[in-house]
Ligand binder design. Structure first.
Ligand code: ASP
Length: 313
């Protein structure tokens, strides 16, 4: 197979940050370094309210982050979930992949690991994410009167967990997906998010679940997801999209089919995917909107916006 010119792609919120990864690739660096470099910039961007610093808090007002990274050459992968107080969860996930015999660490264990790897603790709440939480409390939470149980103990009783979730969280979430192929034709995909808004503490979405929110394999390509994570988990969506490609579909057909599978669940909550094959074709798709993604290769001067496909119900 002819070699593909190294390139990097990302979801809508990654456009201005792909330069960092493209630079890694044009200096002859690896897809893993490229994906990590660009993802870290998104994580550090306080204006992105669903990833890293300034991410949307959980039900108790704490930012809790999920991330995963996968190496398409070895199928090694690392993931972390429900991590508080560490911004660069993509790098912690990479350390899980490279330094431990494990694939996934969550909560306190992931934080202990981050600390032992030398990551620095920091506050992840910005003025804006605090304000978002305050407005959530004001609008939706029944604050306890004296002697009452805290409102979140009754959370599913008071609001009906499912209805509450459907009503509140549809628009308040987001994730960054970034994937790249390097000069050795090695592919890497990375995903990072603060998950769904005001989620129950400890809730993991699709992003840290390998096969659900993220998957790559040098033999075929890569796929990753954003949107209502529970749905992607139920369909093992990223791996499924890759399997469609493995079984002969184009990237476009595989993305469209993945979104159709989501629609067939008949559930509330949108889903989006980003995918590439190992020949250089890229695509994104969504069940809820016109979709776009960003592309840069080693000769690009600027990120190019590429149109995806909309697969409504
Ligand atoms: N997929 C993420 C999650 O469910 C959130 C999102 O992308 O909107 O945690």
């Amino acid at each position: 197979m002819a070699k593909v010119k190294p390139f990097i792609i990302g979801t809508r919120n990654a456009g201005e940050f792909l330069h960092a990864g493209a630079k890694v690739l044009s200096n002859g660096g690896s897809a893993i370094d490229a994906v990590e470099a660009s993802t870290k910039l998104v994580e550090a961007n306080p204006k992105d309210d669903s990833v890293g610093y300034g991410g949307v808090p959980n039900l108790l007002g704490k930012v809790e982050l999920d991330a995963s990274i996968m190496d398409g050459k070895t199928l090694k992968t690392g993931a972390v979930g429900a991590v508080k107080s560490y911004m660069h969860v993509i790098s912690i996930a990479r350390m899980v992949m490279e330094k431990t015999p494990h694939v996934m660490l969550v909560g306190n264990g992931a934080e202990l690991f981050a600390k032992s790897m030398g990551f620095k603790k920091q506050n992840l709440l910005t003025k804006e994410s605090k304000a978002a939480y305050q407005s959530f409390l004001t609008k939706y939470a029944n604050l306890p009167k004296e002697g009452e149980k805290p409102w979140y103990v009754n959370y599913d009783v008071d609001f009906g967990l499912r209805g509450w979730y459907d009503k509140l969280t549809d628009k308040q979430h987001g994730t960054v997906n970034i994937m790249a192929i390097d000069k050795n034709s090695d592919i890497c995909s990375g995903v990072s998010t603060s998950g769904t808004a005001f989620k129950f503490p400890g809730r993991l979405g699709d992003s840290p679940i390998i096969g659900a929110g993220n998957y790559c394999d040098n033999r075929f390509g890569a796929a990753a997801c954003t949107g209502r994570g529970e749905l992607a988990i139920r369909l093992s969506l990223a791996r499924t999209i890759l399997s469609y490609m493995e079984n002969g579909m184009t990237v476009r057909e595989a993305c469209a089919r993945g979104m159709k599978d989501i629609n067939e669940l008949g559930e509330k909550g949108g889903m989006n995917c980003l995918a590439m094959d190992n020949k250089g074709n890229t695509m994104s798709a969504s069940t809820s909107r016109e979709n776009t993604h960003w592309y840069m290769d080693v000769d690009s001067k600027a990120a190019e916006q590429r149109k995806g496909i909309y697969i409504p119900e």
